[in-house]
Ligand binder design. Structure first.
Ligand SMILES: Nc1ncnc2c1ncn2[C@@H]1O[C@H](COP(=O)(O)OP(=O)(O)OP(=O)(O)O)[C@@H](O)[C@H]1O
Length: 517
């Protein structure tokens, strides 16, 4: 089964009475230097928000490093109990990736919660980004490893009937000195699902908390808390950190939004289609979204394993070839060279399909990273979600021929909105992924060359017309390398830049690469 990156537009319109409030708040009293209940010495304030101030603190007796969150005294009275539940939620689990509360108290009318101190910096600051949104994409493998830890924390919350509701890139702390150890903080907006309530505090009704673009569409439509709402936020996190672009606020863009594949928005970052498919599915209508944190985690692990299998196979080939050559003499050298050449010049099925008259890909404008962050353009809806949960097709039997590699989806087909194109869902079946891994091994050498060529060409900043060109790169009889775009040579700055890359292209004699940019 192919892993296709498809986005299914959310079907629920935001509640028409939805009004957006940006909370204005007065400066909260800074309690730095104070000791709460003779126990917690507040060393410095590390955060001040709408509901609380957070301090780095020391336990007077044990010297333990802690974080103490003191609710604002002027907090709207009915909300005080609600936010007070954060400590109870954060104390009832044993997950290293979820912040743990160790005490609750009150001092002169101020309610406070004591947490273990989580080292690290907010996820959005990881790649040196200091703005509200990460503007430099994180390498996908690194991000996936961080997200797996976030999903572990979510799985624990969800099993206890709790929805976090405020997952965003500031509420995830990542410790680079400990191999990106990740902790999810701030369960202050969490909702406890009916039947699992742990306090009698009334849930604020008709009020939606959270960071605009991270809030799931069905939340804005007024649906009751559901773990899948957090999975939408995971999709937004991945989208923003993989592309360096801000996710469009669904509440303000209902009906106008389409989420294009991430590889189109962030060319040159080698985002595999499997990861693209995961993000688009997480951002899709709730009926087709992943059902649980574990389900996304399984899909992410499969994507990581697939790439690792590719890399291992490539290493094995690199190690095996010279040994065989040395052991068997000149005749085999000739054979291997021919074999290697065949491998390098054999276009993948996808390339062949595209080059053989199938409609070229008509994705969005391609924005090379060098030209600065691009904004996703409003597009027509891509697919309607199926009426019910789509069934995953059964895995092919062991030994069955591998499915053909994904063919670039023509935009025209992708833009049809109804039953004409039945949606294909991401399969998380490991057997199928295994098939894909085996099949990809056969084309890895060529894929690697194409990847490098694409990246180098995109770094030359092709203009809009060339950004989607069919490219042919060929070593000529005189040893030089020629690059043609839609059958034509290119001139000017772009042409010179491409020519510089061509001089370095690792193509054998008569070698040729064909691909869509
Ligand atoms: N346990 C912790 N360990 C280390 N730092 C923490 C911890 N808890 C919170 N912080 C720091 O304090 C900041 C504010 O924390 P938190 O998000 O919980 O407060 P908040 O008042 O709910 O903030 P906001 O309104 O911005 O969501 C965090 O961004 C983080 O940098």
């Amino acid at each position: 089964m192919k892993t296709k990156a498809v986005w299914y537009p959310p079907q629920q319109a935001p509640d028409p009475e939805l009004a957006v409030f940006t909370t204005e708040f007065a400066e909260d009293t800074d309690r730095t230097g104070k000791t709460l209940n003779k126990r917690y010495r507040l060393i410095r304030r590390i955060g001040a928000g709408a509901t609380a101030s957070v301090y780095e603190a020391r336990h007077e007796k044990t010297g333990a490093r802690l974080a103490v969150k003191v609710l604002r005294r002027d907090l709207y009275e009915p909300l005080r109990d609600f936010f007070g539940q954060e400590g109870r939620i954060a104390a009832r689990h044993n997950c290293p990736h979820l912040i743990q509360a160790i005490d609750l108290g009150e001092v002169r009318g101020a309610t406070y919660t004591v947490f273990n101190f989580a080292e690290g910096k907010p996820l959005r600051h990881l790649a040196g980004n200091s703005g509200p949104v990460s503007s430099t994409p994180l390498p996908w493998q690194r991000l996936c490893r961080i997200i797996l830890q976030v999903l572990e924390a979510l799985a624990v919350l969800h099993k206890s009937g709790i929805v976090h509701r405020d997952l965003h890139s500031s509420n995830i702390l990542v410790d680079e000195s400990r191999d990106d150890f990740t902790v999810v903080i701030d369960v202050g907006f969490a909702a406890v699902m009916p039947g699992r309530r742990i306090t009698q505090a009334p849930e604020p009704t008709r009020t939606i908390y959270g960071m605009h673009s991270y809030v799931a569409p069905e939340t804005l439509a007024g649906c009751p808390p559901d773990p899948r709402m957090d999975l939408y936020s995971v999709g937004v996190l991945m989208f923003e950190l993989l592309t360096g672009l801000e996710m469009i606020d669904y509440g303000r863009s209902f009906g106008k939004l389409a989420v294009p594949p991430l590889r189109v928005l962030a060319p040159g970052y080698d985002i595999p289609e499997a990861v693209d498919a995961i993000v688009l599915r997480a951002l899709s209508d709730v009926s087709v979204r992943f059902a649980s944190a574990e389900e996304i985690a399984t899909a992410i692990r499969a994507a990581l394993a697939e790439v690792e299998a590719d890399a291992e196979a490539a290493t094995r080939r690199r190690v095996l070839r010279p040994a065989a050559v040395i052991g068997a003499g000149g005749a085999i050298i000739g054979g291997l060279l021919v074999g290697g050449l065949l491998l390098a010049t054999q276009p993948s099925t996808a390339t062949l399909a595209a080059m053989n008259g199938e409609p070229p890909r008509r994705d969005l404008e391609v924005h090379p990273p060098a030209s600065g962050p691009a904004q996703p353009q409003p597009q027509p809806a891509v697919h309607q979600p199926p009426a019910q949960e789509p069934e995953l097709p059964p895995a092919p039997p062991e030994g069955a021929p591998a499915a053909p590699p994904p063919t670039p989806a023509p935009r025209e087909a992708a833009a049809t909105t109804s039953s004409s194109t039945s949606p294909t869902m991401t399969s998380v079946n490991s057997q199928v992924v295994g098939q894909q891994a085996r099949q990809r091994v056969q084309v890895t050498a060529e894929q690697r060359l194409i990847r490098k060529a694409r990246r180098s060409i995109l770094e030359c900043n092709p203009d809009g017309a060339l950004a989607k060109a069919a490219v042919v790169i060929k070593r000529l009889a005189d040893g030089s390398v020629e690059a043609k775009f839609n059958g034509r040579s290119v001139q000017g700055t772009f042409g010179r830049c491409v020519a510089d890359y061509a001089k370095t292209a690792a193509l054998g004699p008569d070698g040729e690469l064909k691909f869509l940019l």
